[in-house]
Design a protein around this ligand. Sequence first.
Ligand code: LMR
Length: 480
Amino acid sequence: MNWSAISYLSSSPSSIIAPPIPCKNHIVSAQLLSVKFSLSGTTMMFKYLAVTLFLSATQAFSTVTKTDMPSYLSKVPEGPPDAILGIAEAFKSCTDERKVNVCVGAYRDSAGKPWILPSVRKAEERLVADPTVNKEYAPIDGDAKYVELALGFAYGAQADMTKVAGVQTLSGTGACRIGGHFLSKFVPKPEGLDKVPIYIPNPTWGNHIAIFNNCGMDVRRYRYYNTKTNRLDYDGLIEDLKEAPEGSVILLHACAHNPTGCDPTMEQWKDISDLIKSKKHHCFFDSAYQGFASGDAEADASALRLFVSEGHNVVLAQSFAKNFGLYGERTGTLSVVCNSPEERSAVMSQLKIIIRPMYSSPPIHGSSIVKTVLTDDELTAEYYDNCKEMAVRINSMRVKLVEVLKQVGSEHDWSHVTEQIGMFAYTGMNSDMCDELTSKYSIFLTRDGRISLAGLNDVNIEYVAKAIHDVTAGKSITSS
Ligand code: LMR
């Protein structure tokens, strides 16, 4: 009789490392034992059955108790929740029926629901029906056709792509991460510095700080917003970029600045471009809202295209999360405008070297959708309409919020909110006011006073306006 199968199962490493399904092993052991039992029919077999089940149960028990053993894990400190996504989690677990989510920058329709763009849905249906579509790995740098179309969307159909190195990325965050890594590795460090400095606006999207820190860059700030006037601090911006050591990296939001909704005018962009050139700085554009500023994706690319035409070696992080509604698909690009096809080839090789050990190759579904939309004239036209529809609805909420604030009695000057553009209203509310909105009214927003206007609709806007009036009445929404 061969007992090895029995002993193997009862002491198999999988029975030790798989505590969540200990019963599975008991069943397997018992089944094998019943086969043996029918062969011999001896009392010994009953004994063996009992012993095996006992051992198996003991192991399952000890597997659970073993996790109580002291280890390095007990020294792992609890980290703080993410400043944006942590609040989104808190919203989900809130049971207050009145709750409103104006935290994360994600589009909601007029019924407060996530919206799949009809053009995106159609592209997806075509992909599902296409028998030639498969699930093979993408190359390290992604789907070349998608990258070409995506870069055409950003730089313009006329742009000379023979000098642009571009790779597919995990949305805008992944693009910033790859771009930061590349810059940290190849931009010469200004004299006396041991890291490449990157100047990011103050304020900016909270994740920028951690991303570029993690890339080994020296994250510094330039003034961007004047909290006394609730407007762009253009003079502060110019002063700080002048003072930055020559050859620094300057991060610019391509349009619809997150969180302030304040963009420089085209004249100001031209002056910023000249200054960056004169200081031999390097510019890094983050483009997460192309199409959301004006409703026209072409118009929203003006600043980026100006910098390219001015001869900058622009680095661009591009996201399709917001403007295509592809939040969960993680679809973006990172590109570098080079001076020659030879430079392009070298940069491409280095981007691939950065990507391969990080995640091998990007996911393909989202990029296939963007590719399908942008290769079909009808779908492209429909897409531009869809994007406009989102921008128009958001803007109508912006205007209405200020109107209703006045109607409910607010005496503050909220004109900065109507002057801002894009997905957010940067209200000027301080963190105490934001906390009060959350604790008293279950209105979830980031603690810097940013409101995602897409979270507002005709049903909740009066409730939100009244609550804002309540927490701001008699208090300042500008800092002195
Ligand atoms: C936001 O700013 O809310 C979005 O960009 C979502 C995110 O990842 O933070």
